[in-house]
Design a protein around this ligand. Structure first.
Ligand SMILES: Nc1ncnc2c1ncn2[C@@H]1O[C@H](COP(=O)(O)OP(=O)(O)OP(=O)(O)O)[C@@H](O)[C@H]1O
Ligand SMILES: [Mg+2]
Length: 381
């Protein structure tokens, strides 16, 4: 095994010295790399170098163990983790097993570590640890009021209806998000609570933070109040998104308007970014500059034209030429329909034409082919 395949992350000095000593004196010495910086940089390194085995010291770990293992396996699903501890404390052994470590060894390491390594290395093709990876799509308004929130709410709802999968709608418009209001899911928790509790974020804490709008459609609204001091650490925010993927099949984000700092921070985590614009000159100007700024995003970036009038002053082809990109969808204008639905505290009725077009958009996002129906809206397979 080459050194890049065995990585040590042991913050306790005594345990680290003992582990290194054991590895050096072993009958079959193995080479290793050591990581001596913080947790976030460890994850970054693991993601880049993809080691086969990690020797993880349990004492002094800054992250709760099950969250730590989950984050490690998010980057390298096949990695095998040997948990090291100075004592054979039963509670620690139990939590190491529950967290999904492959081996647990304690001092004196010379008596246990070489055998544990041997066992792990003699299993050449470990079972792939399946890490659930849902898809994350974001809606961003080219300028304020183009319809990002309307689309995020309706697309999330339609995605759930069409795919019957587990969908999360998350409001990342931290300053003035309206998702909780439109979905009628007021909550005292927001994505900021997940960020603050990242080190102990697990399935049960997550369930307590999200609100069930209906079965298999959960919502996490924007914070009720937000000041610039609340701005989340961007690396931690990305880790929360990575966690969301493990909990939901689809995650739909309302990213607010323009290329704001949150949208920019989460860009790498998105599978698809839908830039929503109207035909208004100011919106098209915003759209063009965002498209220019995100030129390197390729197919990840898609354009949605909203509130498209029946008669356009400019053809779709001309518009696409100006923008240098094709339109993913063009949705009709129905101000009254939305006004009436929102006034009565609902999303659009499924008979509504705009709702049907948003349904088609959701089907396209989910990769489902539309089924033609003479009546109303065609459901997808
Ligand atoms: N297709 C549409 N037809 C008519 N009105 C629409 C359409 N889509 C959205 N609207 C209306 O436009 C207004 C702005 O929509 P929305 O709040 O979804 O936009 P936004 O991009 O999220 O805005 P903000 O920048 O304030 O977050 C709302 O009154 C909404 O009802
Ligand atoms: Mg909005």
């Amino acid at each position: 095994m080459s050194s890049s395949n065995l990585l040590l992350y042991i913050t306790d000095d005594n345990l680290r010295r003992e582990a290194i000593d054991t590895l050096r004196r072993s009958d079959n010495p193995v080479s290793y790399d050591e990581h001596d910086s913080d947790w976030a940089s460890l994850l970054e390194r693991i993601g880049k170098t993809k080691p086969e085995v990690l020797l993880l010291g349990l004492s002094g770990l800054s992250v709760e163990l099950s969250a730590a293992i989950r984050q490690i396996r998010y980057h390298v699903p096949r990695i095998r983790v040997i948990a090291l501890n100075s004592s054979a404390d039963p509670q620690t052994i139990l939590s190491a097993m529950r967290a999904g470590t492959n081996e647990f060894v304690h001092s004196p390491l010379a008596d246990h570590l070489p055998q544990a390594l041997e066992r792990i290395l003699s299993t050449p093709d470990p079972d792939l640890v399946q890490v659930h990876r849902g898809k994350i799509v974001g809606f961003l308004s080219a300028k304020g009021g183009c319809g990002a929130t309307t689309l995020a709410c309706h697309v999330a709802t339609e995605l759930q209806k069409l795919t019957r999968k587990n969908v999360l709608l998350a409001d990342l418009d931290l300053t003035c998000g309206l998702v909780g209001f439109l979905m009628k899911t007021p909550s005292s928790y927001s994505i900021l609570d997940a960020v603050k509790n990242l080190t102990r974020l697990d399935e049960s804490l997550w369930r307590a933070l999200i609100v069930e709008h209906r079965p298999n459609l959960a919502v996490i609204p924007a914070p009720a109040s937000y000041t610039r001091w609340d701005h989340p650490d961007e690396n931690q925010l990305r880790q929360v998104l990575q966690f969301m993927r493990t909990q939901h099949d689809w995650v739909v984000l309302d990213l607010g308007r323009s290329l704001n700092s949150i949208a920019t921070a989460v860009l790498d985590e998105l599978d698809q970014l839908f830039l929503v614009s109207t035909l208004e000159v100011v919106a098209l100007h915003g759209l063009k500059s965002i498209v220019h700024g995100l030129f390197d995003q390729g197919e990840k970036l898609q354009l949605v034209l909203n509130r498209t009038p029946k008669m356009m002053d400019i053809s779709t082809q001309e518009l696409e030429n100006i923008l240098g990109r094709s339109l993913y969808a063009a949705l009709p204008n129905d101000y009254m329909g939305l006004y009436q639905s929102y006034s009565s505290g609902n999303l659009l009725d499924s008979n509504n034409r705009l709702a049907q077009q948003i349904g088609l958009l959701a089907g396209k996002i989910a990769g489902l082919s539309p089924v033609k129906s003479k009546k109303k809206f065609a459901l997808f397979g």
